[in-house]
Design a protein around this ligand. Structure first.
Ligand code: ATR
Length: 490
């Protein structure tokens, strides 16, 4: 499978420099003539020479019409400009070019003849920026039957469409030479794990300008996803969420898999509907996944079994495929407790104040109660604090009374709301709360690393704990489960 760098740098000289710069991360180069200053045989000749020098055996030449680009529209693209475009494409073909890309809806006998005379393969491409082509299998077969390489770049708009796309790819899995890629967040995994759709090639872009939605850089593709090392035997893991593209979890899990020498990859799946993702997971063979906002409750409907913590909290952040179905765990629970382990062992924490009464607070309150710690919940919406307190055997207080609700200070204060999280880093969830200096203050927010609330606590002399440790600990626990599941199935 080839990692192909689309040359998108502004200046042609930078495009050539990028080939050298990313040589160790790429196997192929695409020269997009529409993005070149000089649309000349000399420019293409320079790309061929630079690619050869960089050890990249494959050079693809394309010249996109505006309607085949993400930000373009047909505009005033007329017959005359189309003739010019094809003239350029024909003119630049030369020895050293491996493939020329011509859109599926046009034909050009002269271009084909010239390509054949030079031993250059033709890619026939379809671009869909609004959905997925319903006739995809038919298109792929007709292009392949002509001896050309089909390329379909489409834009799944939902988890259901992602499933449809992957199923169509399964239908044409016998067509060996093809490129099928899903653009945007929903299709992102088809770029980082291109073998899932049976693609022989995936595109990357260097620098700021991306050739298409969802492109990442060549270094990220290799260093985070290890794409060149993987293939159809690679075990699949991932994370589902909405949004999910910002997640750092792939950086952690993929590094751990690589360190342990396990042929597995962890991919972000942008999911708007859990049911379709579960069908996808069965179709492509996902073995386990992390679950993030907003799916931690909905995933429960799809579990065959679950830990007690998951059942009591009503939220699951880890699903692992067992032979009889999906098993749910909540590693947030242990992850939250991990930074407190020594303090708990020393008996330093007897009374805790928890700020917030949402999903995250449920986990925190349950974990603390399990440790036998007395908990008081304070929340903006008092009714929710009362409900959670009743359910978990905790107490509650009004925000305005939180500072002096229980006379003696708390040993631990845990902040579980989203107040203070990036980008609104100035927020303070409970300004009325005055610290005595002897409390341990724990904010489960991890971005920023130290919230305003924690800074305020630290300035009062409190020992503080940021959310990074919990994030890391819960991920490590997930990783252990994923790794063990590889052995289970081995
Ligand atoms: P999560 O799963 O991350 O806990 P959630 O279930 O939506 O998310 O809960 C968000 C928590 O942050 C709630 O306790 C919420 O308070 P309300 O129950 O009053 O909504 C709290 N929260 C959110 N924004 C807040 C704000 N501006 N001030 C105080 N509390 C806030």
């Amino acid at each position: 499978m080839l990692r192909c760098l689309s040359l998108t740098a502004e200046k042609d000289t930078e495009k050539i420099a990028d080939i050298q710069r990313y040589a160790e991360y790429i196997d192929a180069v695409e020269v997009r003539l529409d993005l070149c200053e000089a649309k000349t045989p000399e420019m293409v000749g320079s790309v061929v020479a630079a690619s050869r020098h960089a050890g990249c055996g494959t050079v693809v030449v394309s010249y996109r019409r505006p309607q085949d680009t993400a930000d373009g529209s047909p505009g005033d693209w007329d017959r005359r400009r189309e003739d010019l475009r094809r003239g350029v494409l024909r003119r630049v073909l030369q020895p050293g070019v491996t493939c020329v890309d011509l859109e599926y809806d046009v034909t050009d006998d002269e271009l084909r003849e010239k390509a054949e005379s030079l031993g250059i393969r033709m890619i026939r491409s379809v671009h869909d920026f609004t959905g997925i082509p319903g006739r995809l299998p038919e298109i792929v077969r007709s292009i392949a039957a002509a001896g050309d390489i089909p390329k379909v770049a489409c834009s799944p708009q939902s988890s259901r469409q992602v499933l449809d796309l992957v199923r169509m790819c399964v239908e044409v899995r016998d067509v060996e030479e093809k490129i099928i890629l899903g653009m945007g967040a929903f299709g992102f995994f088809t770029r980082t794990a291109p073998w899932i759709c049976g693609s022989m090639l995936t595109f990357v872009s260097a620098g700021e300008k991306k050739a298409a939605p969802g492109h990442i850089g060549p270094r990220e593709l290799e260093e985070v996803y290890g794409t060149s090392r993987h293939g159809k035997d690679t075990v699949l893991f991932g994370i589902i969420g909405n949004p999910v593209m910002h997640t750092r979890s792939p950086h952690l899990h993929n590094r751990w898999f690589a360190d342990d020498g396990i042929d597995a990859v962890y991919l972000p799946f942008h999911v708007d509907e859990v049911g379709s993702f579960m069908e996808l997971a069965e179709t492509i063979g996902v073995r386990g996944f992390s679950v993030t906002v907003p799916h931690k409750q909905r995933i429960m409907d799809y579990l065959t079994s679950a830990d007690e913590g998951v059942r009591r909290i009503g939220a699951c952040n880890t699903a692992v495929r067992r032979r009889d179905g999906w098993h749910g765990t909540n590693t947030d629970l242990e992850g939250f407790l991990e930074p407190l382990r020594d303090l708990l062992a020393e008996g330093r924490i007897r009374r805790a104040l928890v700020i917030g009464a949402g999903g995250a607070a449920r986990t925190v309150v349950y974990a603390l109660r399990q440790q036998g710690i007395g908990v008081t919940i304070v929340n903006r919406t008092v009714e929710k604090a009362r409900e959670l307190a009743d359910e978990m055997g905790a107490g509650w207080a009004r925000p305005e009374a939180a500072g002096n609700a229980v006379g003696t200070p708390f040993d631990l204060v845990v902040q579980t709301t989203s107040v203070g999280m990036e980008p609104d880093i100035e927020g303070d969830p409970l300004p009325l709360l005055k610290f005595s200096g002897s409390e341990i203050v724990y904010d489960i927010i991890y971005a920023p690393e130290k919230t305003r609330f924690l800074t305020r606590a630290e300035e009062s002399g409190c020992r503080v704990i940021g959310g990074r440790r919990m994030l890391h600990a819960q991920a490590e626990l997930q990783y252990t489960m994923f790794r063990d599941s590889c052995n289970l199935w081995a």
